[in-house]
Ligand binder design. Structure first.
Ligand code: AMP
Length: 280
């Protein structure tokens, strides 16, 4: 496994790999890796000949006052985990190399970024789509892997790849959860013991929503109210959003008929966590 820190040296290496006819799988991450990330790596290992994991805490996707500085980092441990899973290349660039002085180009996916996390984190998806576009240009992967945990992100990236004819297949993998149902996230380390215990309410609320749906309820308002009740039953929680939206256009659905995404964002203490579930 080799670690690249400089985009231009990785571009050269990728050209060699491609000449040999190898299929490249990319797993973009911000590091502090857990089983959620590793599930993507394993899938990439199965599907492709050369697995590249990017580890980069992307300043462009954090708003002012967000946790860019304190975002957890553990590169050494991440490298050990990746080596164990047979990753071929790590791309861990310095910020200066990704956004040198004078940097002025950004990718903006419209409409589907106005809602959910896009509404509460202005500029977030502009940062995400820009950095992922840069990774796609540097690495030219055949397949790139994303987690459904960040459902809106996966939809935005799919849209971008299609709209800009990037020629990369986007695969979206299921959410990996802790034993008590909490979706794995690098940000879970921010939670103190009480908050960690309260955080179980997020997945519980989604499960109770699914139960209501399975019992025949199709009125989104009623299902959302149920979610809110479960989450608000915990003292340190504050709902950022709880929404039922279309899985492609992310527009609010009033009466559920086809497929629908239930997405929630909740602040527990100071930590903002997201989760979702798909109704079919
Ligand atoms: P991050 O490092 O948080 O930017 O995540 C990198 C990739 O891993 C994204 O595509 C995430 O959706 C995915 N991911 C993060 N947590 C999970 C999880 N619990 N299950 C599945 N995928 C995840």
């Amino acid at each position: 496994m080799k670690v690249y820190r400089d985009p231009s040296s990785l571009i050269k290496k990728v050209r060699e790999i491609k000449k040999q006819g190898y299929k490249i799988g990319l797993v973009p991450t911000m590091g502090f890796l857990h089983e959620g990330h590793m599930s993507l790596v394993r899938k990439a290992r199965k599907d492709t000949d050369c697995v590249i994991v990017s580890i980069f805490v992307n300043p462009a996707q954090f708003g002012p006052g967000e946790d860019f500085k304190k975002y957890p980092r553990a590169l050494k441990k991440d490298l050990v985990l990746c080596e164990k899973e047979g990753v071929d290349i790590i791309f861990a660039p310095e910020s200066k190399k990704m956004y040198p002085r004078g940097y002025s180009t950004y990718v903006n996916v419209e409409k589907i970024t106005d809602t959910l996390c896009g509404a509460s984190r202005p500029g977030h998806f502009r940062g995400v789509s820009t950095v992922v576009a840069k990774f796609f240009n540097i690495i030219t992967p055949d397949i790139a892997y994303f987690g459904r945990k960040d459902a809106q992100q996966a939809i935005v990236i799919k849209r971008m790849a299609e709209d800009l004819n990037m020629g990369v297949e986007i695969k979206v993998m299921p959410i990996v959860r802790e034993k008590d149902g909490l979706a794995m996230s690098s940000r879970n380390v921010y939670l103190n013991r009480r908050e960690r215990s309260e955080a179980q309410c997020i997945y519980k609320s989604l499960k109770s929503a699914k139960k209501l749906f399975n019992s025949g309820e199709r009125d989104s308002k009623k299902i959302i109210n149920k979610i809110k009740r479960v989450i608000n039953s915990q003292p340190d929680t504050k709902i950022d959003y709880a929404a039922i939206v279309g899985t492609k256009d992310l527009r609010d659905i009033k009466k559920i008929s086809g497929e629908a995404l239930i997405a929630v964002a909740v602040k527990i203490g100071k930590t903002r966590l997201i989760d979702n579930i798909v109704l079919k």
